[in-house]
Design a protein around this ligand. Structure first.
Ligand code: IMP
Length: 215
């Protein structure tokens, strides 16, 4: 596994919600963080069939364009009653005709698909958020880290915190949705802490233990 030197680290994302969470998670490690959005890099097409493939597409495109080591996240919501959908297409499910993303629309689409399946009882509405973090070097080498959090899809949406599908996801063992949690409750994690909660924080925890020598 290739090790990571301290210095400038490029977060290969244009999604402000994800960038904020990655900056929070990278905070204790003393990197100089820049994002692909800040540098005006183009957003590559996510043509992969898996979270790993799409995470690599994003991280490698950014690393190659800048010569910096790049960290990406590809993530999504996988609902059991929908055969794992929307999965890698989670962002696409929120696209309005014309291409603009509206996550209220995406959440409604998931709810309609669940209703069409007759998935009304909480036990029929299980799913998980998945995050794959990819660390890619300009020469094409890459490391991967996966995090998942089990939960249930609730309706109507609850809470205004976070981003994307947070208001309809209630993690197992909690009464609140991600949309009702503080940033600290959802993705807070630093070296020495016990397990993180969110999929992204769990993937990050693997990355930090492997590459940053964090406990
Ligand atoms: P992608 O990784 O760019 O393909 O986008 C994944 C999509 O999944 C995002 O646009 C969000 O809508 C959704 N998503 C991923 N992680 C989260 C999360 O932590 N909370 C809410 N929605 C998320």
């Amino acid at each position: 596994m290739r090790t990571l030197e301290k210095g400038k680290l490029l977060v290969a994302s244009h999604n402000q919600g994800k960038i904020k969470e990655m900056i929070d998670l990278l905070g204790p490690f003393g990197f100089e963080v820049v994002s692909a959005g800040d540098l005006g890099l183009p957003e590559p097409d996510e043509t992969g069939m898996t979270f790993e493939q799409n995470a690599y597409i994003k991280a490698f495109a950014a690393a190659k364009a800048t010569g910096l080591v790049a960290l990406s996240d590809d993530s999504g919501l996988c609902v059991d009653a929908l055969g794992g959908d929307p999965g890698v297409y989670t962002a696409n499910w929120a696209e309005l005709p014309g291409g603009k993303r509206d996550f209220a629309f995406g959440m409604q689409k998931v709810e309609k698909a669940l209703q069409d399946k007759g998935a009304i009882r909480p036990k029929d509405r299980s799913g998980r958020f998945v995050s794959v973090i990819c660390l890619a070097w300009p020469d094409g080498e890459a490391n991967y880290y996966r995090g998942e959090v089990e939960g249930e899809i609730v309706w109507p949406p609850r809470g205004t915190a976070g981003f994307g599908y947070d208001p309809v996801f209630k993690p197992e063992g909690y009464d609140a949705t991600f949309g009702e949690m503080t940033a600290e409750q959802k993705h807070g994690w630093k070296p020495g802490d016990t397990d993180a909660l969110s999929h992204r924080a769990r993937a990050f925890q693997h990355f930090a233990r492997d590459c940053l020598d964090a406990g």
